[in-house]
Design a protein around this ligand. Structure first.
Ligand code: LLP
Length: 415
C-alpha cells in the first residue's frame, strides 16, 4: 500500500481537516464555499508518480480546472489530459508546455478543433487523441499533420455508476477491432504516437478485473499496431482510480493497481500512460455549507442548507455518497437521522438522506468531504443561483482562488 513517503497517507478523511480553519474560512468568505488544499493535491501527485515509476502520469483536468490546482499539478511533474479546447487553453494558462498537453477530442465541435489546431501550430508538441475516423478528416481539412493518438473503445467498462462507464459506451472511441487497420494509413500521414482507452471512473480495490481486462486488450492492440507501423510512444490506459467516499471504505491500493496494470499490459515498446483526475483532487477538497432551515417533516428531520445540486451535483446525478459533518455541534452530540437538502426547486436536490448527523440547528456549519473532484467543476447557475467561491490553501497562504459569482455575472450575458 502506498503509505508514508513524500506522498503521505493514502487517504485524507473529512475528520482530518482542521475544524477551526474551516470554521474561520466560512466566517471570512461565507458559504457555500469550496476549500481546496494544494498540499494534498501535491501529495496525491507524488503518490501517483511513486506508484507508476517510468510511466507518463497525466492529470485529467476535467476533475478540477482551477488555475491553482493546474499549477500545483504541473509543478508536481504530471502532464495534463484535456477534454475540450477550453481545458487546453486553461492548461496553457497554467504554464503547461504543448508537449505536456493531450487533447482528447470527444465529438469535438468545429470551434474546438479550430482552436486546438491553431494552438498546435504554435506548439507542435501537443497531441490530439481522436475517437472517430471522421475527426481525422476534420483535422486533415484544417492542415493538421502532427502528433495523433487513437482512442479505442475497448468494449469493457467500469465505474461507480452506469453514467460514468465509458469503455463500452458507443459514444467513446473507435471499436478496438478496427483500430489497427486505421493505424496503418494514419501512421503514414500523421505522427502516430499512441493508443488510448478509458474504462470509466471509480476503480475499486475489491475488483480490478475490468481494469485488468481493459489493459490486457490495450496491450494486445499496442503489439498489433507496433507490429504494423513500428514503435509507439505511449499506450494510455485511462484514469478512473477510485477514492473512498465513505469513512469505512479502505483506500485504493495504488501499488496493487500499478502491478496489475503492468502485468496485464505485457511487453510493449510503448511507455505506459495513465490519466487520473479524481485521485488527484477528490480528498483535497471540502465544501462548506450553512444550515438555513430545520424542520421536522413527516418522516425526516430536514436541514435546509445553502449548497445544493447546483453547487455539488454528484449526489443528485449519481446518487453519490459524500461524508457530511456538522462542525458546529459539540463532539458528544448524539447522532440522529438527518436529510440535508439544498435550496433548489428539485426533489433531487439532496446531499444525503436519513444520515446519522449531530442535531442540526439554524446557522450550523456543515462540511461535505471529498468534494475536490467534479465538485466546483460540475456546478451550475440553475435557479439563478450564482456559483460559490473557492479558497486555496498552501503551505504559507490562504488565497481566494475564485471569487463568488454575482447575479450581475449571470445577467451580464443578456442582450
Ligand atoms: N480520461 C478520460 C478520457 C476520461 O473521460 C476521464 C473521466 C478520466 C480520464 C478521469 O477519470 P477519473 O480518474 O477522474 O475517474 N463526473 C463524474 C466522473 C466523470 C468522469 C468522466 N471522464 C463523477 O463525478 O464521478
Amino acid at each position: 500500500m502506498s503509505e508514508g513517503g513524500d506522498g503521505g497517507p493514502a487517504v485524507r478523511r473529512l475528520d482530518e481537516w482542521d475544524e477551526e480553519t474551516l470554521v474561520a474560512l466560512a466566517e471570512e468568505y461565507e458559504t457555500p464555499l469550496y476549500v481546496v488544499d494544494l498540499r494534498r493535491v501535491e501529495a496525491n501527485c507524488t503518490r501517483l508518480l511513486d506508484a507508476f515509476p517510468g510511466a507518463d502520469v497525466r492529470y485529467a483536468a476535467k476533475a478540477h480546472t482551477g488555475q491553482s490546482v493546474l499549477r500545483t499539478v504541473r509543478e508536481a511533474g504530471l502532464d495534463v489530459e484535456c477534454a475540450s479546447a477550453g481545458e487546453v487553453e486553461r492548461a496553457f494558462e497554467a504554464g503547461f508546455t504543448g508537449d505536456r498537453i493531450q487533447y482528447t477530442a470527444v465529438n469535438p465541435p468545429a470551434r474546438d478543433l479550430d482552436l486546438v489546431v491553431e494552438r498546435w501550430r504554435e506548439h507542435p508538441g501537443l497531441t490530439i487523441t481522436v475517437g472517430a475516423a471522421d475527426t481525422v478528416d476534420r483535422l486533415r481539412d484544417r492542415g493538421f499533420d502532427g502528433r495523433l493518438c487513437i482512442r479505442a473503445n475497448p468494449g469493457v467498462g467500469a465505474g461507480h455508476h452506469e453514467k460514468v462507464q465509458t469503455g463500452a459506451n458507443a459514444k467513446f472511441g473507435i471499436p478496438i477491432e478496427r483500430v489497427s487497420d486505421l493505424a496503418e494509413p494514419w501512421a503514414a500521414e500523421f505522427d502516430l504516437v499512441g493508443v488510448h482507452a478509458h474504462a470509466g471512473s471509480g476503480i475499486s480495490g475489491e475488483d480490478l478485473s475490468e481494469h485488468r481486462e481493459l489493459v490486457r486488450r490495450m496491450g494486445d492492440l499496442t503489439r498489433d499496431v507496433e507490429s504494423r507501423v513500428g514503435s509507439l510512444e505511449f499506450v494510455d490506459v485511462g484514469g478512473g482510480f477510485g477514492v473512498p467516499y465513505r469513512d469505512d471504505e479502505p483506500p485504493l491500493d495504488l501499488d496493487a493497481v500499478a502491478d496489475a496494470t503492468r502485468e496485464a499490459l505485457g511487453e510493449v515498446d510503448a511507455t505506459l500512460a495513465v490519466e487520473p483526475g479524481r485521485y488527484v483532487v477528490a480528498d483535497a477538497g471540502v465544501l462548506l455549507t450553512r444550515v438555513n432551515t430545520v424542520k421536522e417533516a413527516r418522516d425526516a428531520t430536514v436541514a435546509g442548507v445553502d449548497a445544493g445540486m447546483t453547487t455539488l451535483l454528484r449526489p443528485a446525478m449519481y446518487d453519490a455518497y459524500h461524508e457530511i459533518r456538522n462542525l458546529s455541534a459539540s463532539a458528544d452530540a448524539e447522532p440522529m437521522p438527518v436529510t440535508v437538502a439544498g435550496p433548489i426547486c428539485e426533489s433531487a436536490d439532496v446531499l444525503c438522506e436519513h444520515r446519522p448527523l449531530s442535531r442540526p440547528r439554524r446557522g450550523h456549519l456543515l462540511a461535505v468531504g471529498n468534494a475536490g473532484a467534479y465538485g466546483y467543476e460540475m456546478s451550475s447557475t440553475y435557479n439563478s443561483r450564482p456559483r460559490p467561491a473557492e479558497v486555496a490553501l498552501s503551505e504559507t497562504t490562504v488565497r481566494l482562488a475564485r471569487r463568488r459569482e454575482t447575479l450581475t455575472d449571470l445577467t451580464e450575458l443578456e442582450q
